[in-house]
Every structure is written in structure tokens, then in C-alpha cells.
Design a protein around this ligand. Structure first.
Ligand code: NAP
Length: 486
């Protein structure tokens, strides 16, 4: 069934002013149209910003508890629609139904978490130097906040931005990725049903560049939270510098998993395969480099390749499938291009690298999970994000060399380590340059209550997302001094 979406502005479903539309297709079978959309442009982003501005005073005046009630109600509505939304997510983005169900469930939990947190959001009271004096801080919203999200977690990422932003009392304009906008528009529907006043959340699918220009020029917009590529993020950062507004960028990475000589190699291979091939490698926290002590390099690689050979690839809606298609032709071609480049630079294709087109895969962007060996630290494949199921294996002679190779990239988001050595685990946590460290765990997967973000080119490295840390980005603190001694 083909869905039809308009944009959600000031509580109404409206067509784009230009009348332009676009469609999404199922990456598992590109003959299938998933949804038609109104293609928002400058006039639509301006209208959405005006609606958010108008809605701000009333929404900001509510107590956090009142705002939290809307979020808790939305959690219930979203949960009741979990199965249906997961199927739509899989059809539009391609990930497996299990992955999509988990992601919608994560969005439900995010609403629930911040709904509950609404009872304790507030400022601080501090002891003053003098008696009869009250010293306290108030947590206040920023105003209209712009949100820009990528396609790879089309419901979890919009949720982890917009829910804490709403709790803090901001009003929003959200632009989801054109590749998969359905989930963001469904969130608007769910929140409207939960009682969110008109104009508080506006969702406009459409041209990224037009929204970027609106944020750069419209003084009503007080902040931007962006997740996506470093190329787009850094361009936005520069264009917003003259306005000096608050900006949070979370971007790409080149996440390592280190496998030390003492590691349980079956566990290591399973963790790397899950974090490298799961979600078709299209996660900002995916493992794309495995840095292995040479003493176990051959043994580990054999185990990893064994898993890759048996990794079940197919339509995300088919039973037992572990890996769906690449999201679109560009990403798909980009994966093969990265593999070819790695081979040209001297890497060895140990397994994979082929398109899969038999049976149900005939009309989709399917490929084999891929393992490249004999990779050295400065090859392109060891330095640049691929965003596909391509794992590069690098051999090292020591723990120290492993850390130096792991840190030798311009990114730093998530980094995993497989070892039984507690001391090395803690040293790793201290020395690795990244925002998230995992020991004996997959590099993907996050706890919603914990801070999340990167360092170096993975992030603006200013504010963290998720958990209570997210509230710091979406609010500012005001300090109040009150003398009642007289
Ligand atoms: P992208 O191409 O940078 O797009 C991200 C968003 O920016 C989309 O909504 C896109 O809209 C919009 N956009 C594009 N050009 C713009 C412009 N000039 N001004 C304003 N907005 C613009 O990234 P993607 O391909 O969707 O996502 C993959 C990337 O996201 C990877 O690098 C991945 O590592 C990163 N990511 C990072 C995290 C994290 O938390 N660190 C999480 C997930 C993904 P259109 O779709 O309309 O072009």
C-alpha cells in the first residue's frame, strides 16, 4: 500500500507551496513505491518557523509536568502502533523487521523516559554566602529549535532530539532525511493525537539546502541539532557561525573494535559481525575497522569470515534475515567503490564484495557482507567512513600499537575492545579518543539514559545527546539572587 504524506505545519497537514512532490521506494525491491511526499522548500520552512514562533509562548509557559503528560500519552499511542510502524520503517529504509521493531520500541521508551523525567526537570538551589538569601537557577527553553535528521534511524533519532526538546519547552521545526521521512511525520501524528498544541512541532520533508538557508537567515531560530554526514554538518556549522546560535552536530565515524590476543575469539567474531553487518553497516556506531593482535589474527579472521559466509541477507520483511539491503543506489555503489579502492591500495578481499541478486533479491540493493584483510592504517578504507557492511581487518603487534592505530583517524564516536584483561580494558577506556567505549560488547547499541556523542570530526563535541545530558542542549540556565533578609 502506498502512503501519502503532506507536511505538518501549525497543526495542519499541508501541501508544499511549490506543489512539488517526491516519492520513496523500497530498497529491497525498487519497483515498489512506499510513499509520496510534498517536497517542502523555502516558503514551507518559513511557514513552519512562523508557526513554531507563534506557538512558543504558550508551550513555554506550561510546567514541565504538563508537557511530560503529553509525552507519556504519546508513548502509549506509539506503542499501540509499533507493529504497523515497524513494517513501514522496514519498507522505506530496508533494515530487518527485528531491527525496525527494536527501533520503534526505542522511540516508545524515549517518550516514556522523558515523560517520567518531567517530574524532576528544573534548576538548582545553591547555598548563598549570606543568610536570608536565596540563590537558584531556572532551566528555560531556547525558543524555536531546528532539527535535521538522517535516514538510518528514521524514528529513533527524531525521537531522541524532539522529545527532550519538547520537554524543555521549545517549539520545533524538524526536517527528516528525504530518503525515509515517514517515521518523522508519523511522530507528528502521534503527538497531535496525544494533545500537543498546534505549531509546537512542525515537520517538513523536503530540500535540506532550503532549510539550511532558513536557519542561517531567520533570527527566530535559536538552535540547531543535526545528525548526518560530516560534509553537510560542517557546511551548516560555518553558515551558522555569523549568527552564533547554539549548534549540536553528530556526524560520521570510523569505529574500531580491538581484538587482543587473550580475547574469546568466538565472542570477538560475533561482536564484529553483528556491529559490522547488522543494520547493513549503516550505523554511525558500526564497526568498520577491526584491529587485531597478530598472534590471533589468522584465527580471528577465519571465524569472522565463517560468520560472514553464513550471514543471511534478504528482504528485511523475510523471516530469519540478518541483513537487509543498502538504502539507495548511491550508498550501494559507494560500498563497491570503497572495496575496489581498498584493493587498488593493496588490501585483500577475503570474503564478499559481490552484489546479490538471486530470488527475492533481484530488484534490491543487496550485497554480501564483506571482509578485507591486509589493511594498513593509512589506506582509504582504514580512514574514511563507508556506511555499508564492509569490515577492514588490520594486524598489530601490541596493545599500544592497537590504540595508536585506533586513534589515528579524524573521527571518534564509538570504540569497542574484546579482552579478558580488566586492566587493559580500563586503560583502553582512558586512552581511546571517542565518545562511547564498549568492552566485550558490540560498538553499536546505546542506552537511552546515558549521554551519547562523539569527539573530533564525529561531533561538535559541545553538548551530548540522550539521557539527562540532552536537557542541557535544549535549555539554558538563568541564575536568580533573592534577598529576603531585610
Ligand atoms: P546527510 O546526507 O548529511 O543528511 C542528513 C540530513 O541533512 C538529511 O535530512 C538531509 O536532507 C539534510 N541536508 C542535506 N544537505 C543539507 C543542507 N545543505 N542543509 C541542511 N540540511 C541538509 O547524511 P545521511 O546520508 O542522511 O546520513 C548518514 C550519515 O549520518 C553518516 O555519515 C552517519 O555516520 C551519520 N550519522 C551519525 C549519527 C551520530 O549520532 N553521530 C547517527 C546516525 C547517522 P536530505 O535527505 O533531503 O538530503
Amino acid at each position: 500500500m502506498i502512503q501519502n504524506y503532506e507536511n505538518f505545519i501549525a497543526g495542519q497537514w499541508v501541501s508544499a507551496v511549490s506543489g512539488k512532490t517526491f516519492s520513496t521506494v523500497n530498497p529491497a525491491d525498487i519497483r515498489e513505491i512506499v510513499a509520496h511526499y510534498s517536497q517542502g522548500g523555502s516558503a514551507d520552512f518559513a511557514a513552519a518557523t512562523a508557526a513554531a514562533s507563534n506557538a512558543f509562548p504558550k508551550w513555554a509557559a506550561l510546567t514541565p509536568v504538563a508537557r511530560g503528560r503529553v509525552l507519556s500519552k504519546a508513548a502509549q499511542i506509539l506503542e499501540s502502533r509499533k507493529a504497523e510502524l515497524a513494517i513501514l520503517l522496514t519498507r522505506e529504509e530496508g533494515k530487518t523487521l527485528a531491527e525496525a521493531t527494536g527501533e520503534v520500541g526505542r522511540a516508545v521508551d524515549i517518550f516514556r523516559f522523558y515523560g517520567g523525567l518531567s517530574y524532576v526537570v528544573g534548576g538548582q538551589t545553591l547555598p548563598h554566602d549570606l543568610p536570608g538569601n536565596l540563590l537558584m537557577t531556572r532551566r528555560e527553553p531556547l525558543g524555536v529549535v531546528a532539527l535535521i535528521t538522517p535516514w538510518n534511524f528514521p524514528i529513533a533519532i527524531p525521537a531522541w532530539k524532539l522529545v527532550p526538546a519538547l520537554l524543555c519547552g521549545n517549539t520545533l521545526v524538524l526536517k527528516p532525511a528525504s530518503q525515509a521521512p515517514a517515521m518523522a511525520l508519523e511522530l507528528a501524528r502521534v503527538l497531535a493525537e496525544a494533545g500537543l498544541p498546534a505549531g509546537v512541532l512542525n515537520v517538513v520533508a523536503g530540500e535540506g539546502r532550503a532549510f539550511g538557508a532558513e536557519i542561517a537567515s531567520n533570527p527566530a531560530i535559536q538552535a540547531l541539532s543535526f545528525t548526518g554526514s560530516h560534509t553537510v554538518g560542517s557546511g551548516l556549522y560555518q553558515s551558522l557561525a555569523p549568527r552564533m546560535i547554539r549548534v549540536q552536530l553528530e556526524m560520521g565515524s570510523k569505529n574500531p573494535t580491538l581484538v587482543l590476543a587473550d580475547a574469546d575469539l568466538d565472542l570477538a567474531a560475533r561482536l564484529v559481525a553483528t556491529a559490522g553487518f547488522g543494520l547493513t553497516g549503516q550505523a554511525c556506531t558500526a564497526t568498520s575497522r577491526v584491529i587485531v593482535e597478530r598472534a590471533v589474527l589468522e584465527n580471528f579472521t577465519e571465524k569472522l569470515v565463517g560468520l560472514a559466509k553464513n550471514w543471511k541477507v534478504g528482504s528485511g520483511l523475510s523471516a530469519g534475515v540478518q541483513m537487509g539491503p543498502a538504502v539507495n543506489a548511491d550508498e550501494f555503489e559507494g560500498n563497491f567503490q570503497a572495496i575496489r579502492q581498498a584493493q587498488l591500495e593493496g588490501a585483500r578481499l577475503i570474503w564478499g564484495g559481490e552484489r546479490l541478486s538471486e530470488g527475492e533479491m533481484a530488484h534490491g540493493y543487496f550485497m554480501q557482507p564483506t571482509v578485507l584483510g591486509e589493511v594498513t592504517p593509512f589506506m582509504t578504507i582504514a580512514q574514511e567512513e563507508v556506511f555499508g557492511p564492509v569490515v577492514a581487518v588490520l594486524g598489530v603487534d601490541s596493545f599500544d600499537e592497537a590504540i595508536s592505530v585506533a586513534n589515528g583517524v579524524p573521527y571518534g564516536l564509538s570504540a569497542s575492545l574484546v579482552t579478558r584483561d580488566f586492566k587493559k580494558a580500563l586503560q583502553y577506556a582512558e586512552r581511546i579518543e571517542c565518545g562511547v567505549v564498549k568492552v566485550n560488547q558490540i560498538s553499536t547499541g546505546l542506552a537511552l539514559q546515558a549521554p551519547f556523542g562523539g569527539v573530533k570530526n564525529s561531533s561538535t563535541d559541545t553538548f551530548r545527546e540522550q539521557g539527562t545530558a540532552a536537557l542541557d542542549f535544549y535549555s539554558r540556565s538563568k541564575t536568580v539572587y533573592l534577598d529576603y533578609s531585610a
